[in-house]
Ligand binder design. Structure first.
Ligand code: NDP
Ligand code: 2IT
Length: 447
């Protein structure tokens, strides 16, 4: 790593030593930028790296809510406003018991570069809570969302910070959050949240956007780098939430066959192919566990333990659940089983060792901040529709998404090639995302 970068990285390590996920995300970006920073002395002269690793603002707050039995509970809420060089802070909210400051910071940091890659004007941010939505009634979810927004509303706004969904936050939660925001502010600011319902300012194709976008990226990567496609490929997808479901749908539409999917308890395997409609109905409409799927598909088998999904031989692996789900051991199994492409639907699903192993073995690798940028891209289109008080058709949004995901893919691999490292899409994505943000920060002065 370049001397300036390693000096800044050491200071982050000393200051944020209890934030392993954040350090991991920073380390990956810094490793990628070494050559670029060597070539661009203005980065150090403007203290870009010192500034980019420090959130512009970070709020942590108490969320108190009362369950259906009248018992009070306290959770911790976060909103990290990381970087506003190219637009208002933008990024999802995650509700999951594992949420802590390190996780929200890593997600917010990644979001800066992802949002830049979309080509739209959005800064980076992230938020969430350690609230566990599992097993909660609809009324409990509603009360939690209202109490979360009781504090969050002070920090967000259409031109300030625009949250959306992430793990544990989907259309239902965004609806409750939006209703509460409107009540507290007494103002219909449609563009303050994205992922809204279609009846009140949501965009067609936002629900599908991350999974579809991932497949558009992987499809282009297969074509550009190997003159290949999804046709006839066995696909394994981890997770069965929003991103995983629509990656599954699009993988089929592009000619692939999805043979396994998972949740945090286990996975289902059907060598003849997972039935998308059955899976979607169970997971999206009924919020069922994935074990239910195997009871309704006679060709499918359920296995306990989510990691086992990666032991299934496949051509294309799409991790769409959570961070660090693929470590070096799993990466070795995937490569030994002949995987051709890995596309990250989740944020940072591969450890650094796993990522480096894929790239060293010339596996086509689609890094999260590029490959899953379709979700926030369509969030950006939702903001544009809200600002113009118009709504676009599904085809208009989907065509834009398709074209732009392909453009990101080409850019990422072209940059990697320009550094004589054609399979290093991580370097390509980080340089492509960083460049615009750094230039904007320099143009706006040292603040
Ligand atoms: P959902 O809440 O809809 O689904 C999450 C899925 O991942 C569920 O199947 C869940 O299983 C599984 N999962 C979550 N945590 C774990 C864990 N610790 N171990 C194993 N499985 C786990 O979330 P999304 O689909 O929206 O998000 C999935 C990933 O995609 C996340 O990394 C998110 O940051 C990323 N992402 C999401 C975008 C979006 O637009 N929604 C955009 C870009 C990235 P279970 O139900 O058992 O918990
Ligand atoms: O990680 C992500 O990009 C998201 N969860 C979507 C963020 C958004 O603002 O749509």
């Amino acid at each position: 790593m370049n001397k300036y970068l390693s000096r800044v990285y050491e200071s982050v390590k000393a200051r944020d030593k209890f934030e392993p996920e954040f350090l991991q995300a920073v380390n990956e970006v810094f490793e990628s930028l070494s050559d670029y920073v060597d070539e661009h002395p203005e980065i150090e002269a403007n203290a870009i790296m010192e500034r980019i690793v420090e959130p512009e603002r970070s709020v942590e707050f108490r969320v108190t809510w009362v369950d259906d039995n009248g018992v009070a509970h306290v959770n911790r809420g976060y909103r990290i406003q990381f970087n506003s060089a190219i637009g208002p802070y933008k990024g999802g909210l995650r509700f999951h018991p594992s949420v802590n400051k390190s996780i929200i910071k890593f997600l917010g940091f990644e979001q800066i570069f992802k949002n830049s890659l979309t080509g739209l004007s959005m800064g980076g941010g992230k938020g969430g809570s350690d609230f566990d939505p599992k097993g909660k009634s609809d009324n409990e979810i509603m009360r939690f969302c209202q109490n979360f927004m009781l504090e969050l509303n002070r920090h967000i706004g259409e031109n300030v910070d625009v949250p959306a969904g992430d793990i544990g936050v989907g259309g239902r939660e965004i609806g409750y959050l939006f209703g509460a925001y409107k009540k507290y502010k007494d103002s219909y600011d449609a563009g303050v949240l994205t992922g809204k319902g279609l009846e009140y300012g949501g965009s067609l194709a936002r629900k599908e956007a991350t999974g579809f976008g991932l497949c558009y990226f992987v499809s282009k990567m297969l074509e550009k780098m190997a003159n290949d496609s999804f046709k006839g490929k066995d696909v394994v997808i981890s997770g069965s939430g929003n991103v995983a479901l629509y990656a599954c749908k699009k993988a089929y539409e592009l000619g692939g066959k999805v043979i396994a999917m998972s949740d945090s308890n286990g996975y289902v395997y059907n060598p003849k192919g997972i039935n998308f409609d059955l899976m979607r109905g169970l997971k999206e409409d009924k919020r069922a566990r994935i074990s239910e799927y195997a009871k309704q598909d006679k060709d499918a088998k359920y296995f306990e333990g989510s990691k086992g999904v990666w032991s299934i031989k496949c051509d294309i692996a799409l991790p769409c659940a959570t961070q660090n789900e693929i470590d070096l051991d799993i990466a070795k199994v995937l490569v030994a089983n002949g995987v051709k492409a890995v596309g990250e639907g989740a944020n940072m699903p591969c450890t650094m060792d796993a990522t480096n192993f894929f790239i060293a073995n010339k596996i086509l690798y689609a890094p999260a901040k590029a490959a899953n940028a379709g979700g926030v891209m369509v969030s950006g289109l939702e903001m544009a529709q809200n600002a113009s008080r118009l709504s676009w058709t599904f085809e208009e949004v989907d065509n834009y998404l398709h074209k732009q995901m392909e453009a990101i893919c080409v850019k990422v691999f072209d940059i990697a090639s320009s550094y004589n490292d054609p399979f290093n899409s991580v370097k390509g994505a980080n340089i492509a995302g960083f460049e615009k943000v750094a230039k904007a920060m320099i143009a706006q002065g040292i603040l």
